[in-house]
Design a binder for this molecule. Structure first.
Ligand code: CTP
Ligand code: MN
Ligand code: MN
Ligand code: MN
Length: 364
C-alpha cells in the first residue's frame, strides 16, 4: 500500500454521511458477512448489535482498497471487537463460521422469508415463528388473521420478491406521471429511493410529488388512486393522511401524505403501455387484472405486481423530503445523528430545526 492510501484510511470519517459509499466496492465478502450478522441482530431486535455491524459494513464499503490484513482495519471507525474477529476470520479462511451457522439457522431463514412479505415486520414475524409458522403454506392456513396489507403481500409475494429493474421503474414513473397529470397537468414528480442513488434494481419505486400551489395537491392522491382503480391497475393501496401535529422537530416520524401501493405494471408489450391517455382497458380486462387469481388470468399474465410509494409534500418541505427519501437508510440515520450531535440541529424530512431557538420559543 502506498503511504497516501494509508493516510486516507486513518482519516476515514466516522459519520457515514461524510464518506462516499460506492455501490461497487473492494470488500464485498466482508461486508456481506457483516450485513448478515446485522440482519440476524435485527431479527432478534438487538438494536445495538444491529447498528454496530451496519456501521462496520458501511465503513468498509467506503474503503478505497481491498483489506489484506486486520492490521489495516484496526484504526477504521466502528471496526473493533466482534467485527474485528469476523474480518480476521474472513481474511484468513475466506469465510466466517458464525455467519455460516446463521445462514443455516431455522430462525434466521424463517425471519428472512416472513419479513420479506410486504406488511410483515420483525415483531409479527417473531410471533409467527413462536406460533410454529415456517413457510408460506403455514401462513396461508391462517389467512383470516392477516391484515389487508399482509393478504396483498402474500398474494403478490412471488412478484414482489423479484427485484424491480430500472426499466420497470421508469415505466412505473410514466404511469404515475400520466395518472397525476390527468388531475394536475404541471405537477412535479421526482423518483427517489435507491433508483435516485443510481441503483439499477430495487425492492420498490419511490416518488415525491409537489406543486408550487399547495391547493393543487389537495385530494390528488385520492384522485390518482380512484383512476388507477378504474383501470384495474391498483392491487393494493393504503393512504396515509398528512398529520401536522406530528410534524415537529423532535419527531423523526415522517408525516407527509403518503400512498403505499401495489400496482399491476403492464408488461412493455401490453396494450396498456402504449398510451394510457387514449387507450382505456375494458371492464373485463380490469376485472382480470384486479383479481389475478381468477382462472382466465392464469395463462396469460401481462403484468407484474410492483410496490410503489407516493409521497406528497408542500413545496416548502420538498428539499427536506427529497433528502430524506433518497436514502440510504443508514446514510439518513447518520446525517441526522451528525446534525443533532455536532450542530444541535434536528433534521427530518420536513425541515431542519434549531433546537436552542425552538426550546427558547417554547419557553416564552
Ligand atoms: N423513508 C422514509 N420514511 C418512510 C420510508 C422510507 O423516510 N416511511 C426513506 C428511507 O430513509 C429510505 C428511503 O426513504 O432511505 C427509501 O426507502 P426504501 O424504498 O425502503 O429503500 P430504498 O433505499 O429505496 O431501497 P430499495 O431499493 O430496497 O427500495
Ligand atoms: Mn425504494
Ligand atoms: Mn428497502
Ligand atoms: Mn419505499
Amino acid at each position: 500500500l502506498s503511504a497516501a492510501t494509508e493516510v486516507r484510511c486513518s482519516q476515514m470519517p466516522t459519520y457515514a454521511c461524510h464518506r462516499r459509499t460506492p455501490l461497487n466496492h473492494h470488500n464485498q465478502t466482508i461486508t456481506n458477512a457483516l450485513e448478515i450478522l446485522a440482519r440476524s441482530a435485527f431479527f432478534q431486535e438487538s438494536d445495538v448489535r444491529y447498528l454496530g455491524f451496519t456501521r462496520a459494513a458501511s465503513t468498509l464499503k467506503a474503503l478505497p482498497y481491498k483489506l489484506q490484513s486486520v492490521n489495516q482495519a484496526k484504526d477504521l471507525p466502528w471496526c473493533g471487537g466482534h467485527c474485528m474477529i469476523v474480518i480476521q476470520e474472513i481474511l484468513e479462511h475466506g469465510m466466517c463460521r458464525e455467519v455460516e451457522v446463521i445462514k443455516n439457522n431455522e430462525h434466521y431463514q424463517t425471519m428472512e422469508l416472513l419479513t420479506g412479505i410486504y406488511g410483515v415486520g420483525v415483531r409479527t414475524a417473531q410471533r409467527w415463528f413462536k406460533e410454529g409458522i415456517r413457510n408460506l403454506s403455514d401462513l396461508k392456513t391462517m389467512e383470516c388473521k392477516l391484515t389487508a396489507e399482509q393478504v396483498s403481500g402474500l398474494r403478490h409475494c412471488k412478484d414482489l420478491q423479484q427485484q424491480v429493474t430500472l426499466e420497470e421503474a421508469e415505466r412505473v414513473g410514466q404511469l404515475v406521471k400520466d395518472t397525476l397529470q390527468r388531475f394536475v397537468p404541471d405537477v412535479h414528480i421526482t423518483m427517489t429511493g435507491g433508483f435516485r442513488r443510481g441503483k439499477e434494481v430495487g425492492h420498490d419505486v419511490d416518488f415525491l410529488i409537489t406543486h408550487p400551489n399547495e391547493n393543487a395537491l389537495s385530494g390528488l392522491l385520492e384522485d390518482a388512486v380512484g383512476w388507477l382503480e378504474t383501470q384495474g391497475l391498483l392491487l393494493y393501496h393504503h393512504l396515509k393522511k398528512r398529520k401536522p401535529a406530528l410534524r415537529s422537530a423532535s419527531s423523526s416520524m415522517d408525516s407527509h401524505e403518503t400512498c403505499y401501493a401495489i400496482v399491476a405494471l403492464p408488461s412493455s408489450s401490453s396494450p396498456w403501455n402504449t398510451d394510457i391517455e387514449v387507450k382505456k382497458c375494458n371492464s373485463e380486462d380490469a376485472e382480470r387484472i384486479a383479481h389475478p387469481e381468477s382462472p382466465n388470468s392464469l395463462n396469460s399474465r401481462t403484468w407484474k405486481a410492483v410496490r410503489v410509494d407516493l409521497v406528497v409534500t408542500p413545496q416548502a418541505e420538498h428539499a427536506y423530503a427529497l433528502l430524506g427519501w433518497t436514502g440510504s437508510k443508514h446514510f439518513e440515520r447518520e446525517l441526522r445523528r451528525y446534525s443533532l450531535r455536532e450542530k444541535k440541529l434536528s433534521l427530518n424530512s420536513h425541515g431542519l430545526y434549531d433546537l436552542e431557538k425552538l426550546s427558547g420559543s417554547l419557553e416564552c
